[in-house]
Design a protein around this ligand. Structure first.
Ligand code: SF4
Ligand code: SF4
Length: 279
C-alpha cells in the first residue's frame, strides 16, 4: 500500500483504520507514512474510507490558515479528503501478505477468499471430520495482532514431528515445501499477514496430545492463537465424547457453531477419494 505523498494532508484520519497500527503521521514531513514491515497489505485503508478528492494544496492552506485563528479544519473522521491511498503491484514474497490478508483476494490454491478455507462449515458435504474424529482449526493473529510465517512454521513443524497430518484443502498446507516436516518456503518466513488457519484432524485419543503441543508452541511465538475443535454429534445431536474430554482437560466447553447437515453430497466419489488420501 502506498500513501501518495503529493496528496496527503496529514489529517490522521487513516491512523485508526489500520488493523496493524502501521500508519503514522511523520510530523517532520507533515505527511502520513506506512510502516512497510508492519503493513500486511489488507487493503482496509484503501477500501474502508470515503474519499473526497479535494485539492491537497488548497486543503493544506486552509488547515494552516485555520491554525492561525486557533480553530481547526478537519475532514469527517471516515474520509481521506484527498484520496491519497494507492494500491501498488506486489510481487512475491510480499504478495503473500495480500493473499492472506485482503478479504477480497482469492487464494488460487483453494479458490476461497479471506483465510482460504471453509474449515468445517461445509462438513456435511466435504466430510473433513468423520465419526470418531476430531478436527482442529489453529488460528493465528486475530484480532489485530498479525502473524509471521516463521511462527506458523514453528507450529506446523512441531505438529508434523509428532505425526499429525494436515488438512489437504488448506492454503497453509498447500504452501508447504515438505508436508511431512511442516516446512514452509524459506523466502516467505519473515512475511507478516493478518491471520491464517492451520487445520489438522486426529482421533479422539490424540486430543490431549495436540492441545499440549499447541500450548507449548503458543508460549514460544510472538502472536495470539485461538484453537477451535469440532466433532460429529451422535444421531440425537449430542456430543458425549469430545465435550467431557475437554472439560476433563480443564477447557470449558461451549458449542460455537453447529453444522445442521442439511447439505447434499453431490460428489460422493471425489469425497471418498479425498478421505482416503488424507487418512
Ligand atoms: S486520511 Fe488521507 S490525507 Fe489524511 S493522513 Fe491519511 S492519507 Fe493523509
Ligand atoms: S493495507 Fe492494511 S495493514 Fe497496510 S496500511 Fe493499509 S490498513 Fe494498514
Amino acid at each position: 500500500m502506498i500513501i501518495n505523498q503529493k496528496k496527503c494532508v496529514a489529517c490522521g484520519n487513516c491512523i485508526p483504520v489500520c488493523p496493524m497500527g502501521a500508519i503514522y503521521v511523520d510530523t517532520g514531513k507533515n505527511r502520513a507514512q506506512i510502516n512497510d514491515d508492519a503493513c500486511v497489505e489488507c487493503g482496509t485503508c484503501y477500501r474502508a474510507m470515503s474519499t473526497e478528492n479535494l485539492n491537497p494544496v488548497l486543503v493544506r492552506m486552509v488547515r494552516k490558515a485555520a491554525r492561525w485563528f486557533r480553530f481547526r479544519f478537519e475532514p469527517e473522521p471516515d474520509v481521506c479528503p484527498t484520496g491519497s491511498f494507492e494500491m501498488n503491484d506486489l510481487e512475491m514474497p510480499r504478495l503473500i501478505r495480500q493473499i492472506f490478508s485482503d478479504p477480497v483476494v482469492e487464494h488460487t490454491s483453494t479458490g476461497i477468499k479471506g483465510r482460504g478455507t471453509e474449515e468445517v462449515k461445509t462438513n456435511d458435504v466435504n466430510l473433513r471430520v468423520d465419526t470418531g474424529e476430531v478436527g482442529y482449526t489453529i488460528e493465528f493473529g486475530r484480532p489485530g495482532v498479525g502473524v509471521r510465517f516463521r511462527d506458523i512454521q514453528l507450529m506446523t513443524r512441531t505438529l508434523a514431528k509428532n505425526g499429525i497430518k494436515f488438512e489437504k484443502k488448506n492454503p497453509i498446507t498447500l504452501l508447504m515445501t515438505d508436508e511431512s516436516r511442516g516446512d514452509l518456503p524459506e523466502d516467505i518466513l519473515n512475511e507478516k499477514i493478518l491471520s491464517a488457519i492451520v487445520e489438522i484432524r486426529t482421533t479422539l485419543e490424540e486430543v490431549e496430545k495436540v492441545l499440549k503441543l499447541v500450548h507449548k508452541v503458543n508460549l514460544q511465538i510472538d502472536t495470539v492463537i485461538a484453537i477451535g475443535i469440532s466433532t460429529r454429534c451422535d444421531t440425537n445431536g449430542e456430543d458425549n465424547l469430545l465435550a467431557p474430554l475437554l472439560e476433563n482437560l480443564g477447557y470449558p466447553f461451549s458449542r460455537a457453531k453447529t453444522n445442521m447437515g442439511l447439505g447434499r453430497i453431490t460428489n460422493k466419489i471425489e469425497v471418498k477419494d479425498n478421505m482416503k488420501s488424507t487418512l
